[in-house]
Design a protein around this ligand. Structure first.
Ligand code: PGA
Length: 251
């Protein structure tokens, strides 16, 4: 089955308001009939990004959301705040959230539920540390992250989920995983979905790779059988790199 590729730019804590506007104006020129393009600016730039991108076909998504509906959670952003500015997808479980903000499986599954209950799509990130891979624990670990984060969803709800496999040791390090390491993990993840939800879902679900995807390696990574695009950090911050990566997925 042919799955449409996704290229999603995760801007992380980068880009002022003016910088965002400049990049978005350039991004509007990208043409890509065969790729779903998404960008995740910071919260302060979401509203403007949605209004600038309008009907361009580029989706604006959020980098995070809180797991409660509303209330006394100083500094947090609710799901309703996102949908009220036209944002209907969110990244959940990024390794930086897990690591620096102590987001554990319990919190992440609550976030997943909050998003899905409000018809917000999810890019759910999983990934192992280098030490876990060296011990040979990586498959088990990814399995546990997926079970606790996603497998509480039913078969209809799971259709609103995209998975991103991002080995933590490859994020922002310039070190990409080997092609065979990427393919074998993506195949393993797809099999987990097959065992839980059946073959239709496992063939439909899109699994992105993330971790130092650049113009020079994107085409090769995207050609792997079970890779359905990428979650791009550093290289999503300038037009020429991001465009080159989108074009690599377009092919
Ligand atoms: P990177 O980040 O492309 O800078 O490695 C990827 C990510 O964290 O999603």
């Amino acid at each position: 089955m042919k799955r449409k590729k996704i290229v999603a730019g995760n801007w992380k804590m980068n880009m002022t308001h003016d910088e965002s506007i400049n990049l978005i104006k350039e991004l509007k020129e990208i043409s890509s009939n065969y790729v779903d393009i998404k960008i995740a600016p910071s919260f302060t730039n979401l509203n403007k990004a949605v209004s600038l991108l309008g009907s361009s076909g580029i989706e604006v998504i959020a980098q995070n959301v809180h797991f409660e509906e509303r209330g006394a959670f100083t500094g947090e952003i609710s799901i309703e705040m996102l949908t009220s500015v036209g944002v209907n997808s969110v990244i959940i479980g990024h390794s930086e959230r897990r690591k620096y903000f102590n987001e554990n499986e319990f919190i992440l599954s609550k976030k997943t539920k909050m998003a899905i209950d409000n018809s917000v799509n999810i890019i759910f990130c999983v990934g192992e540390e280098l030490s876990e891979r060296e011990k040979g624990d990586h498959f088990e670990l990814i399995k546990n992250q997926i079970i606790s984060g996603l497998f509480g969803l039913d078969i209809e709800q799971i259709k609103n989920v995209v998975v991103a496999y991002e080995p933590v040791w490859a994020i922002g390090t310039g070190k990409t995983a080997e092609n065979y390491q990427i393919q074998e993990m993506h195949e393993y993840i797809r099999k987990l979905f097959n065992d839980k939800y059946g073959s239709d879902i496992s063939q439909q679900i899109r699994i992105l790779y993330g971790g130092s995807v650049k113009p020079k390696n994107a085409e090769e990574i995207f050609s792997l059988k079970d890779v359905d695009g990428g979650l791009i950090g550093g290289a999503s911050l300038n037009f020429s790199d991001f465009n080159a990566i989108v074009q690599a997925a377009n092919g």
